[in-house]
Design a protein around this ligand. Structure first.
Ligand SMILES: C[S@@+](CC[C@H](N)C(=O)[O-])C[C@H]1O[C@@H](n2cnc3c(N)ncnc32)[C@H](O)[C@@H]1O
Length: 344
């Protein structure tokens, strides 16, 4: 059976661009690669399919689970015993009510919140890091699928429940029962697991801190638009971080926010005054590698600045264009998708 990367809902995912990316990079004959801002893992997975020794990295713990499940993991799958233990309530058991108490009327219905408290309790009792990572993937995708815009940026359960004609979204998916969604994603997750030609690994570090040497470093940082506003992944997906770190979730919630986001931490990648320095330090951190930077033509730094930044660290820069590309749910239809490839 051929393995297929599972469907995901994640802002800025490169899942539809991976074949083009590989076409731009395959001539270098690289044996090892670091995917420094791994996200869903779609690019790492494509490199793994090509037999590279891949290191997936992402700073966010919930993304790291995807790297464990599909890049590092070569053989473990979810079986029916694990799935039914995850999904079915135990009559003799008292479950916590943190999600019910904290997120009432925000993202999911009362019944769904209760199911989430129960299921996340079961999730954290799963033995084996790859089994748990696969189960977390299935649960996280189900959570995203049932959200308008697939995000946790607003208190907008009402969009789902309102009895009106809709020009967007998918009411059928929003209302599909959680256990049905999780089973569907578990099947996709199982279909994605395969053994790489070389051993691959996943890390959860700042992009410039990953130990090792890599023939290729692929760089796909959060996109910052021309006005300096950028995608704060920790913020958009805080609920998934909470599910993964259920025990400490309450310490991290910003109770002043209507949608109970987590307390925010500034990073250089979301600050227009620091982003050039962040790129500069990242490029310096892997002095011997080919650098491949995914970039949208209307962002910060500008494309001229990006080329100059790369030329401070490498002798040759080639720019590949995919042409105009619109990401799912994006309203930006003018920007061009570019790949900067810099050689030592
Ligand atoms: C544009 S997304 C990557 C998408 C990915 N290529 C894919 O196909 O799914 C950027 C990712 O960078 C991660 N990130 C943000 N700051 C980071 C940092 N300092 N180090 C490592 N990862 C970081 C975010 O969590 C997010 O998943």
């Amino acid at each position: 059976m051929t393995s297929t990367f599972p469907s995901t809902r994640y802002r800025g995912s490169k899942v539809k661009l991976v074949d083009w990316l590989w076409d731009c990079l395959k001539t270098f004959g690289c044996e090892s690669a670091l995917d420094a801002f791994g996200g869903t893992g779609s690019v790492s997975y494509r490199f793994k399919q090509e037999g590279l020794k891949v290191t997936y990295n992402d700073l966010l713990p919930f993304n790291y689970q995807f790297g464990l499940a599909f890049v590092e993991n070569d053989s473990i799958r979810l079986d029916e015993a694990v799935l039914s233990k995850l999904l079915e309530p135990r009559v003799d058991r008292v479950y916590p009510s943190w999600i019910q108490d904290t997120f009432s009327d925000i993202y999911y219905t009362e019944e769904e919140n209760k199911w989430l408290d129960q299921t996340v309790t079961h999730l954290h009792e799963i033995d084996g890091q790859y089994t748990k990572a696969l189960a977390f993937f299935a649960l996280a995708q189900a959570c995203l699928m049932k959200r308008p815009f697939n995000l946790f940026h607003r208190k907008n359960l009402y969009l789902r429940l309102r009895d009106v004609e809709r020009s967007f979204g998918n009411k059928v998916s929003w209302d599909r029962p959680f256990p049905v969604c999780v089973r569907g994603f578990a099947k996709e997750a199982n279909g994605a697991v395969f053994e790489g030609r070389q051993s691959c690994s996943a890390t959860m570090l700042d992009a410039s801190q990953v130990p090792g040497t890599f023939d290729l470093v692929y760089i796909d940082p959060p996109y910052m638009n021309a006005t300096g506003s950028s995608t704060d992944y920790a913020d958009l997906y805080h609920f998934l971080s909470g599910l993964l770190e259920y025990q400490s979730w309450s310490d991290r919630v910003d109770f002043r926010s209507k949608h109970r986001r987590m307390l925010r931490h500034k990073t250089a990648w979301t600050d227009k005054n620091q982003i050039h320095k962040a790129f500069d330090e990242l490029f310096a951190a892997y002095p011997h590698s080919i650098l491949a930077v995914s970039y949208r033509s209307d962002g910060i730094p500008s494309s001229e600045e990006m080329k100059d930044l790369l030329l401070r660290h490498r002798s040759k820069v080639t720019i590949h264009s995919y042409g105009q590309y619109t990401y799912a749910l994006s309203t930006n239809q003018r920007s061009e998708e570019l790949l900067f490839v810099a050689e030592p």
